[in-house]
Design a protein around this ligand. Structure first.
Ligand code: NAD
Ligand code: UGA
Length: 466
């Protein structure tokens, strides 16, 4: 059981984008619980213990500083953490498999399995194991088999408690969740474990927001939530393509359609497509599950969500090249933003990566600017051939550019002095707004040729010359 001064010991295995912030929030709301976060990466743990946290998330740092050293600890001593824990959250990465059977679709479960084996090896007392990572349906069964195999008298009760936070608003989402989902076995020990977890969340989450279910439904609900969100983005993006050729405005269409309370206004922002570490991987996982069970039409349906996302990025680059007189070779193109969304430094599967690669293939010279994601951008593009410069100052990055392409809708990009930028660019000056974030009329009035997603071009080529 827990140390004397703590009600319980919580351990989280995996100190990433989910593990670090979720445990920080729990530690803040439950000062009487000891919360330890462990990871195999010493570098990550060292940074969690420093002033330079390994991830950027608004509101995170002050909450870490409030609890760290009091009831929140970051460590690489995984075995000790397991031994001392009453409740273990598993928050390791579950990427798409890149090899063997199911490559490119199925989840690579090696990190989950290694974690389970380590928990088993280091446990001397009964424990509640909480699946926080996003996993395929029935992963809890696999976990249970590994944990209970061999001569081990210890009992592990497995719960599914998927995380629904979005990056950039992670702390807010965790502190004010739409729901907390807990899946458990319908057995006395399953229900008791579920109640232990509810006891933690009820410190700050109203009871009516806690949704309990069986394990498999909980696991599947997480995949389905992400698939539905991504599907809305692909739906509106498919319409943006139609808007560009018909003269309709996708934002007007989204506004009108979203007023229907059955449809709702959220997640209808057309843009470059969805990025981030999860949407693509979780839909691929869903596709793999459908195929595995012989449900090919269902798999094809979800495959289209990804196909439209890829189409959207290809269309964007095609439109850039076509607008710039069918060549961008040797032209300087400045990317405003590289993160997959604002308020995060995360660039995993960011549309900016795909668009950079396509532009570099066209032999453009790329200048990349972003307030928080330049280090990640450098790593993402390190093996890509071509000229790439990383410049934190957007004014310098845009100097002498033929075009600016906005990849991430950081607030600060709206507040820039675009006259100053325009004056120092090559003419004709092009601006491609991949997130429909800027004031297109004002930019056009300054002299830019403006191209936005799902909107008619605003160019001067048919009228005045530059
Ligand atoms: P991440 O890569 O940022 O973090 C995972 C961490 O686990 C890494 O630091 C890694 O070193 C560590 N790890 C891997 N194997 C380990 C082991 N055997 N022992 C100890 N540590 C180990 O990943 P993330 O973004 O935090 O995602 C984690 C899970 O949460 C994934 O399943 C993801 O789908 C899910 N999820 C992520 C988000 C998000 O916004 N990033 C949101 C909801 C759910
Ligand atoms: C998403 C979900 O929103 C979370 O609920 C989930 O927990 C998480 O995935 C996960 O499982 O990892 P996240 O990827 O962090 O969160 O961020 P989102 O706000 O969902 O944005 C994802 C991508 O979609 C971004 O690239 C964003 O620019 C794009 N997007 C979003 C659009 O293009 N249009 C929209 O209307 C909304």
């Amino acid at each position: 059981m827990g140390d004397k001064q703590y009600v319980k010991n919580i351990l989280c295995i995996g100190a990433g984008y989910v593990g670090g912030p979720t445990m920080t929030v729990i530690a803040n709301f439950c000062p009487d619980y000891k919360v330890t976060v462990v990871d195999i990466s010493r570098d990550r743990i060292d940074r969690w213990n420093s002033d330079d946290l390994p991830i950027y998330e608004p509101g995170l740092k002050e909450r870490v500083l409030k609890a760290r050293g009091q009831n929140l600890f970051f460590s690489t001593d995984i075995d000790r953490g397991i031994d001392e824990a009453d409740i273990i959250f598993v928050s390791v990465n579950t990427p798409t498999k890149t090899f063997g059977e199911g490559a490119g679709r199925a989840v690579d479960l090696q990190y989950i399995e290694k974690t389970a084996r380590r928990i088993k090896a280091s446990s001397k007392s009964d424990k509640i194991i909480v699946e926080k990572s996003t996993v395929p349906v029935r992963a809890a069964e696999t976990l249970s088999k590994i944990l209970h195999s061999g001569n081990n008298s210890v009992h592990f009760e497995i719960l599914s408690n998927p995380e629904f936070m979005a990056e950039g608003t992670g702390i807010h989402d965790m502190e004010n969740p739409d729901r907390v989902l807990i899946g458990s076995m319908d057995t006395p020990s399953g229900r008791a474990a579920r109640d232990e977890l509810i006891k933690i969340y009820e410190r700050w989450v109203p009871r009516e927001k806690m949704v309990t279910s069986d394990l498999w439904s909980s696991e599947l609900s997480k995949l389905v939530s992400n698939a539905f969100l991504a599907q809305r983005i692909s739906s509106i993006n498919s319409i943006s393509a139609l808007c560009e050729v018909t003269g309709a405005d996708v934002d007007e269409v989204a506004r009108a359609v979203g007023k229907d309370s059955r449809i709702g206004p959220k997640f209808l922002r057309a843009g470059l497509g969805f990025g981030g570490s999860c949407f693509r991987k979780d839909i691929l996982n869903l596709i793999y599950l459908c195929e595995h069970y012989g449900l090919q039409p269902a798999a094809d349906f979800w495959q289209q969500v990804i196909a439209i996302n890829d189409f959207q990025m290809q269309r964007f680059v095609h439109r850039m090249v076509a607008a710039m007189f069918n060549t961008v070779a040797d032209k300087k193109i400045t990317l405003f933003g590289f993160a997959f969304k604002p308020d995060t430094g995360d660039t995993r599967d960011s549309p900016a990566i795909h668009i950079s690669k396509m532009l570099l293939k066209e032999r453009a010279r790329l200048w990349v600017t972003d307030p928080h994601a330049l280090n990640n951008a450098r790593q993402d593009l390190e093996d890509v051939e071509g000229e790439i410069v990383y410049e934190p100052d957007p004014y310098k990055a845009a100097e002498g550019a033929h075009a600016i392409a906005l990849m991430t809708e950081w607030d600060q990009y709206r507040a820039l002095d675009y006259r100053r930028i325009f004056d120092r660019m090559e003419k004709p000056a092009f601006l491609f707004d991949g997130r429909n974030h800027l004031d297109h009329q004002a930019l056009f009035d300054l002299g830019f040729n403006v191209y936005a997603v799902g909107k008619p071009d605003r160019t001067r080529f048919n009228n005045d010359s530059q």
